[in-house]
Design a protein around this ligand. Structure first.
Ligand SMILES: [Zn+2]
Ligand SMILES: [Zn+2]
Length: 258
């Protein structure tokens, strides 16, 4: 019985090697582009053709592409936003699964999508393909969630984008201050106020190894990466802190736009 069982699992292992790997999202379909099957890829909700250049929000008819109504009113501290897909359908589901589960493999299709959007647009590369930012930073994790999660999705995506742009990446520059209240129920302007003071740059520690040197954004063009942008309150706070510390400019890249 045991021998038959072993022979069967061996056959299974050989089959796994021969058969094409399966889709990272559903585990059933055949893996293709973005490490997903065709069926899952169909459930990615693309961004509108020409969203607001500043926040990647949807523009009403006749609106100014340089700044939507929200941006004109709230004047975000960041200048551009690249978003890869809508926070809906498959991408919304993968982000929720990756954030609340412990499966870092789900970051693979999300990082692929993000890199593709960065390559396709002109917000982060010039005509020769050179990076328009000097460093990539990951938006900070919410401390309540960070403790129970095995990894931080924004870190994995930031590292992938930085490698593609061939610039430095730091995932440890930001820290959360205090324990921000859940903001889901607050209107946009209130979220901005609630977010104020919840993000800071990490202070240098004595005897820190040189590779882990203190945050020094002075004069840098910075890209802040996060998994989802809803009102932009968190990335706006990151941008405010960076500019106050002397950063030259802050741009944003998010896998999804709510
Ligand atoms: Zn699939
Ligand atoms: Zn906007």
């Amino acid at each position: 019985m045991t021998i038959i069982h072993t022979a069967r699992s061996l056959a299974g292992a050989v089959l796994d090697l021969v058969a094409p790997p399966s889709c990272l999202a559903c585990g059933a379909g055949e893996m293709g582009d973005l490490s997903l099957c065709a069926r899952c890829r169909d459930h990615i909700r693309p961004m509108p053709d020409a969203p607001c250049r500043r926040c990647a929000g949807a523009l009403g008819p006749g609106a100014d592409p340089a700044a939507c109504d929200d941006c004109a009113r709230l004047r975000p501290k960041f200048t551009r936003t690249v978003a890869a897909a809508r926070y809906a359908g498959l991408v919304g589901e993968l982000i929720r699964r990756a954030k609340y589960g412990r499966d870092p493999l789900l970051a693979v299709p999300l990082a692929d999508l993000m890199r593709r959007a960065v390559r396709a647009g002109d917000s982060l590369r010039d005509a020769d393909g050179a990076s328009l930012v000097d460093i990539v930073l990951a938006a900070p994790a919410n401390p309540r969630h960070a403790r129970e999660r095995a990894f931080h999705l924004a870190d994995l995506i930031a590292e992938s984008v930085a490698a593609d742009l061939r610039v430095r990446c730091r995932t440890d520059w930001f820290v959360r201050v205090g324990n921000p209240e859940p903001q889901a129920a607050l209107p946009r302007t209130e979220r901005r106020k609630a977010a104020r003071g919840t993000v800071a740059l990490r202070r240098a520690r004595r005897f820190e190894p040189t590779w882990k040197s203190a945050p020094a954004p002075r004069g840098l063009r910075v890209l802040v990466v996060d998994d989802v942008l809803t009102t932009g309150a968190t990335v706006n706070e990151c941008a405010r802190v960076l500019l106050a510390a002397g950063a030259a400019e802050v741009r944003v890249a998010v896998v999804s736009r709510a």
